[in-house]
Design a protein around this ligand. Structure first.
Ligand SMILES: NC(=O)C1=CN([C@@H]2O[C@H](COP(=O)(O)OP(=O)(O)OC[C@H]3O[C@@H](n4cnc5c(N)ncnc54)[C@H](OP(=O)(O)O)[C@@H]3O)[C@@H](O)[C@H]2O)C=CC1
Ligand SMILES: O=C(O)[C@@H]1CCC=N1
Length: 266
């Protein structure tokens, strides 16, 4: 089965590199990318063929669209004449619905919507997938296998996609923001930046491993760290006073709302 990736920016390369690491034959992969310099870079790095979007659409069994949501209408208008029934179109774009895509491709083209995230670059991605209306289990299984090359995959109803985008799609950015803030705090407290960075990164990795390996509720894990009258309780009180929990809720509502706006083309 050949796969084309149209739009090889950050997320497109994450998918491409995952497929290559998972052992997909490079001669079964192709890339459509607008920026010539970027295209050359990917050709050199992966040995993958860079072709026009129309050629990609005409040749590939599966066409993954990884352009910005704002570019999706133009790309679909460009490739629609080359698509045919039996092909699978996979969109990784925030906001763009399967109905939007289905209305712009020939009848009989199956559509699947995916929300990945950048840890895909290190095979620790989280991808949620939803079928369009002309999609069977074989199509979903193909997308599951595609995305499993970059991490975990979860099937979800499409109505949850905007929320999923706000949580796991954008999620790595919130975590990096927390890491950046903790490193800066360490520097303020007098630690060398390199020391603070190593302390924070290993604390993050260790905490994530505890969550995944023990399956224990995060509240219980937090309580285990919080000695009565101790340092952690003092810190957590400040986080509550500064309304960090409410800020997280507001941030993720804003991301969910932005995903809905992108669906409307703004
Ligand atoms: N980055 C992330 O963490 C995530 C991104 N996504 C989704 O993935 C998609 C891509 O995001 P991201 O990788 O960050 O964006 P990038 O801007 O890094 O990548 C998009 C690439 O597509 C190129 N492009 C634009 N128009 C065309 C075209 N007509 N034909 C071929 N290539 C084209 C862009 O070129 P140019 O720059 O010149 O426009 C760019 O190189 C978005 O829809 C986003 O919602 C989903 C989950 C996570
Ligand atoms: O910021 C964005 O719009 C994209 C979608 C999810 C993560 N990055």
């Amino acid at each position: 089965m050949s796969t084309a990736i149209i739009g090889a920016g950050v997320m497109g390369e994450a998918l491409l590199s995952g497929l290559v690491r998972a052992g997909r034959r490079v001669d079964q992969l192709m890339v459509g990318e607008k920026r010539a310099e970027r295209a050359r870079e990917l050709e050199e790095r992966y040995g993958v063929a860079v072709v026009s979007n129309r050629e990609a659409a005409a040749k590939a069994d599966t066409v993954a669209l990884v352009v910005k949501p704002q570019d999706m209408g133009d790309v679909l208008a460009e490739i629609a004449p080359d698509l045919r029934a039996g092909q699978l179109v996979v969109s990784l774009a925030a906001g763009i619905t399967t109905a939007f895509i289905e209305s712009r491709v020939p009848e009989g083209v199956a559509v699947v919507r995916v929300m990945p995230n950048t840890p895909a670059l290190v095979d620790e991605g989280m991808a949620a997938i939803s079928p369009g209306s002309h999609c069977d289990d074989a199509h979903l299984a193909e997308v599951e296998s595609l995305m499993a090359s970059t991490g975990k995959v979860m099937r979800i109803p499409e109505k949850q996609m905007d929320a999923v985008t706000a949580i796991s799609g954008s999620g790595p950015a919130y975590i990096f923001f927390v890491v950046e803030s903790m490193v800066e705090a360490g520097v303020h407290l007098g630690l060398p930046r390199v020391t603070a960075t190593e302390l924070v990164v290993q604390t993050l990795v260790g905490s994530a491993a505890m969550l995944r390996e023990t399956g224990t509720h995060p509240v219980v894990l937090r309580e285990q760290v919080t000695s009565p009258g101790g340092t952690t309780a003092s810190a957590l009180r400040e986080l509550e006073i500064h309304k960090v929990r409410a800020a997280f809720l507001a941030a993720m509502e804003a991301a969910r709302n932005r995903s809905r706006e992108l669906a409307e083309g703004s």
